[in-house]
Design a protein around this ligand. Structure first.
Ligand code: FHN
Length: 421
């Protein structure tokens, strides 16, 4: 494995950096659900009859919608189909171990009950309920960690928030006053009113020096020392590394980290985006990320009524069904010590190497080269089917003909061995 460097300039991967004492659950989790949900979900990728594509949550910026028009969307935002139990049940069925949802994205709208602003779901919409209260409770009930995404710098609604250049003059902004008056008090609300949070997921840092970021982190940490902060808090801080959007590192990486992916092409709901990753693609992506030692956090974008797109529901459930049988090769695993092969990738646990066979060899013979340890047993995880093997020097040959399910997107074979690799 190598240290994460150069992948995201701000991340401090020095060995001297102490790990967060509560990091182990995150390292073991492997699979998380990301949710982008806000006023943009109601626009669904369309503004004044024009269709936008790519990132639904960026529509205010793409269409340069003035704040005075954007705020009106809230008056019609009424997600009556939102059902916290259904969302939490989907998370459980999908087999994710954590969920992170947008409390406030760049648009500046608060999807929670905030006393700091009137531009929140309680005050500005007919819905007048706090969906985050219900969701955090439903997740806790199921023992799945819950966390908030919070756009700490970009806030296109506020005159002093980052990056709205169509209403405000960026050079005249006082970012510090925005941090003092909105971001910090809101983060305090989130860290106080929703029980223990697994993660606070920051995004697109800006407007703070290293010293200011350190003070910001320190102040917030006091409220929930057990909660993990993502690396996008900026300035090399945070408890684990997030790679760029839709990025998997090419080689195994040490330490706690996460790859983040959209399910279709957008984070926020776009009605005309039907490019959903199939269950097979999700299963392979998850194994690929795990084989490098990281977590996959996969996003879904509910619509403005509060419904998660049916393809996200169906496909995540199918991925979850695979995980029920094959999760031992994913959860709590570490990067595989055998690099990617023509047939697939590997993950590991003490005394076990998991072969994730994506491309079943036509002769049913899986070659694992460079395997130095003595092998005691080989079997397919699903059904515990024992498989014959031979070792020729450091080449391990496994015959998987006895595995009958030829359609599986990822057949996991377990190699039990003696000693340390
Ligand atoms: O600009 C955002 C984007 O809308 C989305 O939230 C992603 C998710 O990782 N983060 C930012 C871009 O990196």
């Amino acid at each position: 494995t190598v240290k994460a460097q150069g992948m995201e300039e701000m991340w401090d991967s020095s060995a001297s950096k102490k790990e967060h004492p509560n990091i182990q659950w995150f390292k073991d989790a492997k699979f998380g659900m990301f949710i982008h949900w806000g006023l943009y979900s109601k626009l669904a990728g369309t503004w004044k009859g024009k269709n936008y594509y790519g990132s639904g949550e960026w529509i205010m910026n793409q269409a340069k919608i003035p704040v005075k028009d954007y705020r009106k969307i809230a008056a019609d935002f009424n997600p009556v189909n939102f059902n916290a139990e259904e969302w939490a049940q989907l998370a459980e069925d999908a087999g994710v171990k954590y969920m992170v949802i947008t409390a406030k994205h760049h648009e500046g709208f608060s999807m929670f009950d905030s006393k700091v602003t009137g531009f929140d779901i309680m005050d500005a919409t007919p819905y007048k309920k706090d969906p985050m209260k219900a969701l955090s409770a439903a997740m806790r009930k199921r023992g799945i960690r819950f966390g908030f995404y919070y756009s700490q710098f970009q806030d296109w609604y506020e005159p002093n928030g980052g990056r709205n250049t169509w209403d405000y003059d960026e050079s005249k902004k006082d970012y510090q006053s925005y941090y003092r008056q909105k971001a910090i008090p809101q983060l305090k609300e989130l860290l106080t009113n929703y029980g223990p949070l697994g993660i606070v997921w920051f995004d697109t840092p800006g407007g703070m020096t290293k010293e200011q970021t350190a003070a910001f982190v320190k102040e917030l940490r006091q409220l929930q020392p057990n909660s993990l902060f993502s690396s996008r808090v900026g300035q090399g801080m945070g408890d684990y590394k997030d790679f760029g959007d839709s990025e998997v590192p090419p080689v195994p990486i040490e330490g706690a980290w996460e790859s983040i992916y959209t399910h279709n092409d957008s984070w926020g709901y776009i009605a005309h985006d039907m490019n959903f990753k199939s269950p097979d693609e999700i299963i392979k992506l998850l194994a690929n990320v795990a084989s490098k030692g990281g977590n996959l956090m996969l996003n879904v974008g509910p619509d403005g009524s509060g419904k998660i797109p049916e393809y996200s529901v169906k496909y995540l459930q199918r991925a979850g069904a695979w995980l029920k049988k094959n999760g031992a090769g994913i959860y709590a695993s570490t990067a595989g010590f055998i690099p990617a092969q023509p047939w697939g990738v590997t993950t590991a646990k003490p005394g076990k190497l998991f072969l994730h066979v994506f491309n079943r060899p036509l002769n049913d013979t899986v070659l694992v080269p460079g395997f130095t340890n003595a092998v005691s047993n080989v079997y397919a995880l699903d059904g515990a089917v024992k498989l014959p093997f031979i070792k020729k020097g450091e080449d391990l040959y496994i015959n998987m003909a006895a595995v009958k399910n030829v359609r599986s997107p990822n057949t996991v074979l377990v190699v039990e061995f003696r000693g340390t690799p």
